[in-house]
Design a protein around this ligand. Structure first.
Ligand SMILES: CC(C)[C@H](C(=O)O)[C@@H](O)C(=O)O
Ligand code: SF4
Length: 428
């Protein structure tokens, strides 16, 4: 069996499972957030459920609209706080804590070998820990929160082998964009478990790995997973909230599909308006004027992303007429970036640093785009109107590409910035 099949078999109490099989699984953790969280509590009420299966294993984050930007949202947050108290939720990550997909692994609530259910589409992100982490709607999330169980169909596994090493100025965001181009939006990866590994994985940090798994959801995958190795175990060592057992694919397991990627052959890429799989090289788009540049989101708002942006910005200024918005993805990320001096470097250059959370990713606050405006973001979605006006344009790239573009006021390949080569440390 693959790692995904083994984790699901264990969760279902079976020795063997195979793709297509329906299972009733016991979950190790459930999480929901913001508006969805309120719907989970509403669903619990409508089911007549007045207790969680385990008050320590159902978490909530207030991240999408954080802090509240309207009376309606403030009321939603208040309702969640009240319900969390009633249900004795032990982990309510309130405004300022950060994005669910970043906070849950950081707080040791997603661990190798586990089955975790979360209530947002980018849930596969947590699979970088070596867990099966699956996104569901509020009804499934509510039932899982009440009963500690969920039904699932075992997905077939698509294996991606990474070879070689990234060149300076190229990051796992560029790998994710390359995979998006290969796999296509909602085609080859639909309802697949994407298992990413190979010799190229060893050189990648946890921050870099989370970017890879994050992107798999928008390829249509059910889950994404990276087997735990020394890098993973060092990350979870002082965070784990409970014992865990890492799981690995059997050497003779069956993959439905295998894809090989030569990391050394990749260049900085962009998803261009208005589709996630409209992928082009940054070089081919260079020179297009931008109005806003965003570093943040559950894709690329982690410490190394902010550090990479700061190292590019060092001593330079944001171009006139550009809003450069930086949104650390969690309080831990914010504090590390602050203590390392990166936030000072960025604000000295003219950047705005916002509180941890989703920021302007969904186009509702903290940098909404007007008609005709162009944004380059380190996020993961660029559909028409995603970040504001239906007449605005969103390009998605690596933090390095976003930072270089913010400085130049036009889309810029980070490798072309004067003196950039010694500063492009992200891929090291
Ligand atoms: C609000 C939420 C349901 C949504 C999602 O699940 O994708 C959001 O996080 C997004 O990125 O568009
Ligand atoms: S950062 Fe963006 S993509 Fe991620 S959970 Fe928040 S709104 Fe969704």
């Amino acid at each position: 069996m693959t790692i995904t099949e083994k984790i699901l078999a264990r969760a279902a109490g079976l020795d063997r499972v195979q793709p297509g099989q329906f299972l009733d699984c016991k979950v190790d953790q459930v999480a929901s957030m913001d508006l969805q969280g309120k719907l989970v509590f509403n669903t619990l009420d409508s089911l007549g459920s007045d207790a969680l299966f385990d008050t320590g294993r159902v978490a909530f984050t207030l991240d999408h609209h954080s802090p509240a930007h309207s009376v309606a949202i403030a009321d939603v947050h208040a309702a969640i706080r009240k319900a969390a108290k009633k249900f004795e939720v032990k982990n309510l990550f309130d405004v300022g804590s950060g994005i669910m997909h970043v906070v849950m692994p950081e707080r040791g609530l997603v661990l190798p070998g586990e089955l975790v259910i979360m209530n947002e589409s980018h849930t596969p992100t947590g699979g970088a820990i070596g867990a099966v982490v699956i996104g569901v709607g509020q009804t499934d999330a509510a039932v899982a929160a009440a009963l500690g169980e969920i039904w699932l169909v075992v997905p077939a596994t698509l294996r991606i082998n990474l070879h070689g090493a990234l060149r300076p100025g190229v990051t796992t965001k560029d790998v994710a964009l390359h995979l998006m181009k290969l796999l296509g939006y909602e085609r080859r990866a639909i309802y697949r478990a994407i298992e990413i590994g190979g010799p190229g994985m060893a050189g990648l940090s946890m921050d870099a790995r989370f970017t890879l798994t994050n992107y798999c959801s928008d390829m249509g995958a059910k889950s994404a997973i990276i087997e735990a190795d020394a890098v993973t175990l060092a990350y979870v060592k002082d965070r784990a909230q409970r014992p865990f057992t890492p799981v690995y694919s059997d050497p003779d397991c069956r993959y439905e599909d295998v894809l090989d990627v030569d990391l050394g052959a990749l260049e900085p890429l962009l998803a261009c308006p208005h589709a996630l799989d409209n992928i082009h090289s940054v070089a081919s788009q260079a020179g297009k004027a931008i109005h806003e540049a965003v570093i943040g989101t559950c894709t690329n708002g982690r410490f190394e992303d902010i550090a990479a942006a700061a190292s590019i910005v060092q001593g330079r200024s944001v171009a006139p007429g550009v809003r450069f918005i930086v949104v650390p993805s969690s309080r831990e990320v914010y504090q590390r970036a602050m203590k390392a001096g990166h936030l000072a470097t960025l604000t000295d250059a003219g950047a705005l640093v916002f509180p941890p959370g989703c920021g302007p990713c969904m186009g509702e606050h903290s940098g909404v785009l007007g008609a005709g405006e162009v944004c380059i973001s380190s996020g993961n979605r660029n559909m028409k109107g995603r970040m504001g006006s239906a007449e605005s344009f969103v390009y998605l790239g690596s933090p390095e590409t976003v930072a270089a573009s913010a400085l130049q006021g036009v889309i810029t390949d980070p490798r072309t910035l004067q003196g950039a080569s010694k500063e492009l440390t992200h891929a090291d």
